[in-house]
Design a protein around this ligand. Structure first.
Ligand SMILES: [Zn+2]
Length: 61
């Protein structure tokens, strides 16, 4: 039985939690379940995350 599901694990650069990403793609945004920070996928193998550049998105509270 072939399964095409690919799941990689990265370490959150902010809080160190493990973040599982299914079928990661470079540039994909990932939210840490622990600290709710948003990161982007920079490399797939090994899976590494970096801070997302949210400079263009204004958050008005
Ligand atoms: Zn985190």
């Amino acid at each position: 039985m072939l399964r095409q599901k690919f799941e990689a694990t990265a370490t959150c650069p902010n809080c160190g939690a493990e973040i599982k990403v299914r079928n990661p793609k470079i540039g994909q945004r990932v939210t840490c379940p622990e600290c709710d920070e948003i990161f982007v996928v920079v490399t797939i193998e090994p899976l590494e995350l970096d801070w997302a550049d949210l400079g263009f998105e204004e958050e008005e509270v």
